[in-house]
Structure formats: structure tokens, C-alpha cells
Design a binder for this molecule. Structure first.
Ligand SMILES: Nc1ncnc2c1ncn2[C@@H]1O[C@H](COP(=O)(O)OP(=O)(O)O)[C@@H](O)[C@H]1O
Ligand SMILES: [Mg+2]
Length: 506
């Protein structure tokens, strides 16, 4: 088979890390290759180098179609037929679809820039040719992310790209959009193009790729044929140890309603009705998973229940008591723990020490204190125990919290919230930005909190997580609960219809 890309001995050193360490990578004509690895493994860096970004590199050579090239700028890459869709799209939101497609590549006729009519014509032609339906005159900012991504791809196709790099393209898509993207990818390779598909979702790797290259800490740890490997093997190469995919989950034992919401309403920061008449119940010993595309009121829902956001109307009943008027602190004292999605924003005080953050909320009570007297030894032991149990990597609990890396910061918040005597846990996007080794650990912890009798409200945009943990699934769409299911009774595709508002229960 013909190699369209060959990268040899690529090394890229950033001030604090070797992002690519003597990496060899190749891509065959007509193949879909998955590039996988945990956050920070070096995937984006490697592909950015191929796309002429991240220059200069420290060493390495790049061959395109067998010929050595110096790709010192994206213009060079595009000239060689290489294009990249970044994790964060690079379209101009206020421009129309057609303006975005021709932007930076306007053909000049007799030295005159292309006019709008011409741009629309080109967009129609190119979208017809590839069977993508887009509205040329629509403004990009009004379009869903799935369509915006399509426009990024079209833009590359317009430039004549035949080597496409997609950096975590499914992260922002619904199940339907993912299905459409996969069929797009298949049709692009059937026309002879080659694709690099960056992801850390292994079911996607199995579903779409021909080969898989695995990276870990800047190095290649494996190059495999998808048909001849398993998710387990790939995960092991990614993480450096065995990973269990199925968390052991016992049948739930329901022990009475802990939280009841009756027709609650709340506003978003932009003063729109973000939670629009939600009613639900969560029992002790169960996990209610709230599925939904982000921005449908889930964040506001969590904040209203924890008291961080005012309630407009309705009732919040916790252990048979109306807590509408209780402050966040009072709710915490009653046993409502909260893991917010933005751990930095509301989870911790970054300037305080690691110990201070770990014991916060427990520090003024038995056994760490009596009256105004704080027991320093007990406090230190308490923090040390959490550091060990949650594997928070730090040299010393008296260091400022800001010294922790992102993953360790997450563990700190979780350690604190899981360690006090809670009755209800509100957990938002618990594994966002966490690597797969830690996801397994966290999922086990969440299930053990359930089995200890906590009622758990789990908000997650990740359907794998929703299915792995939930005893019941409720779908939130535009501030309302549009359906409630047992995980066994509904498939992802159908759940996706509820998430996008295409379907709802009465
Ligand atoms: N521009 C940069 N400056 C400094 N460090 C960087 C830069 N880009 C990436 N890194 C670091 O290089 C490593 C690899 O990052 P990246 O290639 O983005 O990984 P991945 O895409 O696999 O998550 C990480 O430790 C990251 O923090
Ligand atoms: Mg990346």
C-alpha cells in the first residue's frame, strides 16, 4: 500500500514537556487511521506539525507521497493537500457559510476578489458534489456544531485536501451527528482520501478505523490493525496498565425519596428561563442520570438544587423538608454535596493549601475540631488519608492548591465532596477532561457512594457515562425533562432523538 504521509523521528520539546519524543507515524492512501492517547499524550502536537503549525520542530523528517517536504506553515500543508479540522473550530461566527468556505482562498478574477454571488455558487457546487446539505447564506453562529463541523470539512475539500486530520471531531456532536460524520468519513475515503481521526473514545476507534496508532506521554506505544485488536489492548497501551471497562454494578436498593423537585423554574445568567418546570424524584441508593446536550439547563438545575442560583418558582424538598429558602451552606450541612462542572470556579480555593481545601467543611466539626479548638494532628491525618485514597499526586499537603495538575485538582474536589456525611450528591460532568485510567476509579467511587445509600443526581453529556452508572435516565431539553427511561429500555440513537428535541414523552 502507498504511504501518503510518513513522519520519521519527530521530536518536539516545549519548555516543560517533550510533547513528541522520536515519533514515527505513517498514513496509507485510502485509510482511516485513529490516533489515540490520553489527554496530553501529544496527538494534537504531532498532527499540528504535519499541518505546518508548531514550528520549528526539534528533529524529524516528513515525507508526503514519498517525497521529503519542509512543512513550515499551514499554507504549505494545504498546497500539499493536507488539511486539519481543529478541536475548536476556526470559522468566523458572524460570516455566512459561503463566506467562511471561500475565506482565505478567494479566487481572484482579473485581480478582483470573488463576490458574494460567486461564493454562494461555489458553496452550492461543492456541497452538492460531496452530498452535504448546507445553507450557503446562513450565518455560522446560528448553526449547530455538527453543521459547523461539516462546513470546516467542506472548506478543506474546497482547497483540494486529500489528507484530512480531524482532531477529536465527535467531542461536540450528538449521536445522530456522529453517525452522519462517520458516513461522511467513509465516503471521503472511498473517493481515495486518507483520514487521521484523533479521539480517546475507544468504541469510535473500533467503529470507524482501519488502523490505530496509540500514543502515551509523547511516544508511540503501538500501531495496530483495528480488526486484530480489542479495546482492552488499546486501553492498556494508552494508560500503561490494564483497564476494566465494565464497572461492577450491583442492583440498586432504593431506600426512600431523598430529593423531590416540584415544577421548579430558574433563570440563566442571561436571564432566560433555563430550568422550565422540572419535576423529579431521586431515592437513596439510586443514580438518576440527566442526559442532554450541554446548555439545556443542566448547569442551572444543579445550581438551583445546591442553592447557588435563585429559585424562581416551585418546590425543592429534601428529606421531606422544603429547603427553598436554605442557603448553600445550610444545604451542605444537611448533607447535599456538589461536584460542579467547573471545578475551579466553585469547587475550591486555589490559593489555600491542599490540606485546607481537603478538610473544608469538615474542619470545624468533630473529629477535627471541638468548639474553637482545631486538632492539627487529626486534620493532617484526615487530609493524608484522602490524598492516599484518591491518589492525589503531591509532595506535601501544605503546598498551595494551585501547584496541582488538572487531573489531581479534580481528584481533590471529589475527595472532599465524597468524604463528608452526605445524603445527596449532585455531580456534574464528573469525568470531563479526565483520562480513562481515572474514569474507572471515579466511576467505582460514584457507585460506592450510591451503595452507601446516597441519592445521586448525575449530570453528564457523555452517554457512555450515563449508561454505565444510571439506574434511571432522564433527558433534559431546553429546560424541561422530555423523557425518563430505564437504561435497558432505550438505545443511544433513540435517546439522541430526545436530546435534540426530535421526540418527547407526554
Ligand atoms: N504550545 C504549547 N506550549 C507548551 N506546551 C504545550 C503546547 N502545546 C502542547 N503542549 C504540551 O504538550 C503536551 C502534549 O499536548 P497535546 O499534543 O495537546 O496532547 P493531546 O492532543 O494528546 O491531548 C502536553 O503536556 C501539553 O501541555
Ligand atoms: Mg489534543
Amino acid at each position: 500500500m502507498e504511504k501518503v504521509v510518513e513522519m520519521r523521528g519527530i521530536t518536539k520539546i516545549f519548555p516543560t514537556v517533550i510533547a513528541n519524543n522520536d515519533v514515527d507515524f505513517s498514513l496509507y492512501k485510502g485509510e482511516i487511521q485513529a490516533l489515540v492517547g490520553e489527554n496530553g499524550a501529544g496527538k494534537t502536537t504531532l498532527m499540528s506539525i504535519l499541518y505546518g503549525m508548531n514550528q520549528p520542530i526539534d528533529s524529524g523528517r516528513i515525507f508526503i507521497n514519498g517525497k521529503e517536504e519542509r512543512i513550515y506553515h499551514p499554507h504549505v500543508a494545504i498546497n500539499k493537500g493536507i488539511g486539519m479540522v481543529h478541536q475548536h473550530f476556526m470559522l468566523v461566527p458572524s460570516f455566512t457559510v459561503s463566506e467562511n468556505i471561500v475565506l482565505g482562498h478567494e479566487k481572484r478574477k482579473n485581480g478582483i476578489l470573488l463576490d458574494k454571488e460567486e461564493a454562494i455558487k461555489i458553496t452550492k457546487e461543492i456541497s452538492k458534489k460531496h452530498g452535504f446539505l448546507v445553507a450557503p447564506m446562513a450565518r455560522v453562529q446560528d448553526l449547530p456544531l455538527g453543521i459547523q463541523q461539516r462546513i470546516e470539512i467542506l472548506k478543506l475539500l474546497y482547497r483540494g485536501t486529500d489528507i484530512l486530520i480531524l482532531d477529536e471531531p465527535t467531542a461536540v456532536l450528538t449521536p445522530q451527528e456522529i453517525k452522519e460524520l462517520f458516513s461522511t468519513i467513509r465516503s471521503l475515503v472511498s473517493e481515495g482520501r486518507s483520514i487521521v481521526f484523533i479521539t480517546h473514545k475507544l468504541p469510535e476507534v473500533m467503529a470507524i478505523s482501519d488502523r490505530v496508532t496509540v500514543m502515551r506521554k509523547g511516544r508511540i506505544t503501538g500501531v495496530l490493525e483495528t480488526k486484530k485488536t480489542t479495546m482492552k489492548e488499546i486501553a492498556k497501551l494508552m494508560v500503561g496498565r490494564e483497564v476494566l471497562f465494565q464497572v461492577e454494578k450491583e442492583e440498586p436498593h432504593f431506600k426512600g425519596v431523598v430529593l423531590e423537585l416540584n415544577n421548579i423554574k430558574a433563570l440563566s445568567d442571561r436571564i432566560l428561563l433555563a430550568v422550565n418546570g422540572v419535576s423529579l424524584k431521586v431515592q437513596a441508593g439510586e443514580i438518576l442520570g440527566i442526559a442532554g446536550i450541554e446548555g439545556n439547563g443542566q448547569t442551572e438545575l444543579a445550581e438551583v438544587v445546591t442553592g447557588l442560583r435563585p429559585l424562581v418558582s416551585g418546590e425543592i424538598i429534601f428529606q421531606s423538608k422544603n429547603i427553598n429558602k436554605a442557603s448553600p451552606r445550610q444545604r451542605r450541612e444537611m448533607g447535599i454535596a456538589h461536584i460542579p462542572e467547573d471545578r475551579l470556579k466553585t469547587g475550591i480555593s486555589i490559593d489555600a493549601t491542599i490540606q485546607d481545601n481537603l478538610v473544608m467543611g469538615a474542619h470545624y466539626k468533630k473529629p477535627l475540631a471541638r468548639g474553637i479548638h482545631r486538632y492539627l494532628r487529626q486534620t493532617k491525618d484526615y487530609a493524608e488519608k484522602l490524598i492516599n485514597e484518591y491518589d492525589i499526586r503531591t509532595a506535601n499537603q501544605n503546598l498551595p492548591t494551585i501547584s496541582l495538575s488538572g487531573g489531581n485538582l479534580q481528584r481533590l474536589v471529589i475527595a472532599r465532596e465524597f468524604s463528608f456525611d452526605s445524603k445527596l450528591l449532585i455531580i456534574s460532568q464528573p469525568t470531563r477532561g479526565i483520562d480513562i485510567g481515572s474514569i474507572e476509579f471515579l466511576h467505582e467511587k460514584i457507585l460506592s457512594m450510591r451503595d452507601k445509600g446516597n441519592a445521586i443526581l448525575l449530570i453528564s453529556a457523555d452517554l457512555d457515562e450515563i449508561y454505565a452508572l444510571s439506574d434511571r435516565i432522564a433527558v433534559m431539553y431546553e429546560g424541561e425533562m422530555v423523557g425518563e427511561f430505564h437504561p435497558d429500555e432505550i438505545g443511544r440513537e433513540e435517546l439522541g432523538l430526545y436530546m435534540t428535541g426530535a421526540k418527547r414523552e407526554n
